[in-house]
Design a protein around this ligand. Structure first.
Ligand SMILES: O=C(O)CCC(=O)C(=O)O
Length: 275
């Protein structure tokens, strides 16, 4: 099994993000591109940047969050190689709690405002590693992720402001003063490459005005020492994406529920494979 290299773990801890050497094999990328086509086919009425819980496939019905999912995304999220990578930075008890496909169409892909993920999520203590898997080339020109290295280090959440615009992937933007955009690094990835980022790290992404579509699958993993607290509503319905954390399915992929409070039954039906 491939783990993160010691140097990659160091960089993740120091910078809040890393692109590991390991990448998806070409055949797997092809499978996931076909899954993406199917996901888009199943969701003609959903903006492709807002395909939340794309891994929850309930057949003809939606996933409870307005999207008809595709099971291949759950298979990807449960890929033992990816779970081992994540385990390298969050420890031996790993819970999968989310999968968001951010597909930015050519020419009109939405901007992702600068933000910290932790602002949006009901996890206490706040902890998550996101694995952002590129299914298509992701470059500065088509709106790749942009990160502020080291911005996670204080482990504090800075104030965000609500932006009532229709052309954003998310509607909360970091208020001015928390960081300098001059420090931003473009995370350019080839298909099959991935980045890992920490829940406190400041990041965003430009609009896609290029002729090339850009798609990333954001897989969200938390250590089971934290609680996914369904009673919290951090952004009170103002995230810009119609999420429902009260019904969100959790999968324990490795180890045990160290905090003892996580609920692995809600959101699972007989059609969903529980790990
Ligand atoms: O892909 C994007 O544009 C945004 C992704 C993001 O913010 C995330 O995965 O946390």
């Amino acid at each position: 099994m491939l783990h993160l290299l010691p140097d990659e773990i160091d960089r993740y801890q120091r910078d809040g993000w890393v692109v590991p050497q390991w990448r998806l094999p070409e055949a797997r990328v092809a499978t996931m591109r076909a899954a993406l086509d199917e996901l888009l086919r199943r969701n003609p009425g959903v903006r492709p940047e807002k395909l939340v819980s794309a891994h929850v496939d309930r057949g003809a019905g939606d996933n409870g969050e307005g999207v008809r999912g595709v099971a291949d995304f759950l298979d990807l999220a449960r890929d033992p190689e990816i779970v081992e990578l994540v385990s390298g930075v969050i420890g031996d008890d790993v819970i999968l709690w989310g999968c968001h496909v951010f597909c930015k169409p050519a020419g009109e892909g939405f901007e992702t405002p600068w933000h910290q993920d932790g602002h949006y999520w009901p996890i206490r203590p706040l902890a998550t590693c996101t694995v952002w898997v590129a299914l298509e080339p992701s470059t500065r020109a088509n709106g790749c992720l942009r990160v502020i290295p080291g911005s996670h280090a204080g482990r504090t959440l800075h104030p965000h402001l609500h932006e009532d615009r229709q052309d954003l992937t998310l509607n909360q933007r970091l208020a001015a003063g928390a960081f300098s955009e001059d420090a931003a690094v473009d995370v350019e990835l080839a298909p099959g490459q991935m980045s890992l980022h920490d829940v406190h790290m400041i990041h965003g992404a430009g609009a896609n005005t290029s002729p090339l579509r850009r798609t990333g699958v954001a897989l969200r993993y938390m250590p089971a020492s934290s609680h996914f607290d369904r009673s919290l509503r951090p952004v009170a319905g103002q995230s810009g994406v119609p999420v429902d954390f009260s019904q969100r399915s959790l999968w324990l992929l490795k180890g045990h529920d160290a905090c003892g409070l996580n609920d692995f039954a809600t959101g699972h039906t007989s059609s969903l494979r529980i790990a």
